[in-house]
Design a protein around this ligand. Structure first.
Ligand code: GDP
Length: 302
């Protein structure tokens, strides 16, 4: 088990207790511990660098050392900084943990991501969440014309979610399937249409061209990038590549029930600027939670 930041800082703070205030030199040791803790949590280096600069400024500016529990005071500063980054500051456009459905129905949500990220599972989880908490009528469709099994999988999990599934098959073109699903959704008064797209094992040009074309034609209100938290630093690289081709409106970080500390959330948000909207917390159909910056900050620090 990794040592958590509170314990790490507790150790350091003990050695500097009795000194009247934080100085450049005794802060350096604490910053080193914070740096190590963030590295272990898989936070990307450039993000750590920015963070440490902010933390240092705040720690030196506040009377951390004279507080009754300096270790906790410092952890508080670090936690606030992490949460702030993931919340996107106080920007008016911040939609972390929120989904935008304000459009003429159906609200089209395009799901993107690599194969195995948890895309299809997330479509079903999201369908269930929309039905349960937002009282929406939800339709799902798969435009993965490369893997018939993926279409079948979506059919099964959609039924588990209590949503409706629009049939498609591999002889069709993705754009034709999507347009037919939109027509069906309009005719039958669905509030939301979730589109599951093809995932590949790695990023390839054909895949990117296809999904970018779909995006351009369909103009979805939300384009969610689904990424496995266990990927750590690689999550940032894939998110960057997708965001460069496809304007993402949100990220869903899956498999947070695994061992990962979730540092990917911080890195993806800081580097791409795309807000985190949901986290996957189990394999089960109700294992999806709206993203909560404070909770994630606590998890990253251990
Ligand atoms: P896709 O290829 O991106 O559509 O991925 P799938 O939806 O098929 O998911 C791949 C695997 O990850 C499946 O075994 C899912 O059950 C699993 N999975 C997806 N999300 C989560 C999650 O949040 N937690 C856990 N433990 N497993 C998940």
């Amino acid at each position: 088990m990794l040592e958590n930041l509170t314990d790490r800082l507790g150790r350091v703070v003990k050695t500097i207790r009795g000194q009247a205030r934080l100085t450049e030199s005794n802060t350096a040791e604490m910053l080193r511990e914070i740096r190590l803790a963030l590295l272990e949590a898989d936070v990307a280096l450039p993000v750590i660098k920015d963070l440490l600069a902010n933390i240092k400024e705040k720690a030196l500016g506040e009377d951390v050392i004279t507080s009754l529990t300096p270790g906790q005071a410092l952890v508080g500063i670090v936690k606030d900084e992490l949460a702030n980054i993931m919340r996107g500051g106080n920007s008016a456009f911040d939609t972390a943990g929120q989904l935008n459905l304000a459009t003429q129905p159906p609200a089209v949500i395009l799901m993107a991501g690599l194969q195995g990220a948890g895309k299809t599972t997330t479509v079903a989880k999201l369908a269930k969440w929309l039905i349960r908490t937002q009282k929406k009528k939800v339709l799902t469709v798969s435009v993965d014309v490369y893997r018939p099994a993926a279409i079948e999988q979506l059919k099964t999990v959609t039924a588990q979610a209590g949503a409706e599934w629009f049939a498609s098959d591999i002889s069709q073109k993705p754009i034709d399937i999507a347009n037919a699903a939109i027509d069906w959704a309009k005719k039958h008064y669905f509030d939301v249409l979730l589109i599951d797209t093809a995932g590949r094992l790695g990023i390839d040009e054909a895949m990117m061209t296809e999904i970018a074309g779909l995006h351009k034609a369909l103009k979805p209100i939300e384009t969610l990038f689904v990424v496995d938290a266990m990927l750590g630093q690689d999550a940032v690289n894939t998110a960057k590549a997708f965001h460069a081709t496809l304007p993402l409106t949100g990220v869903v970080l899956t498999k947070l029930d695994g061992d990962s500390r979730g540092g990917a959330a911080l890195s993806v948000r800081h580097i791409t600027g795309v807000p985190l909207k949901f986290v996957g917390v189990s394999e089960k159909i109700d294992g999806l939670d709206p993203f909560d910056a404070d909770r994630m900050a606590g998890r990253i620090l251990g």
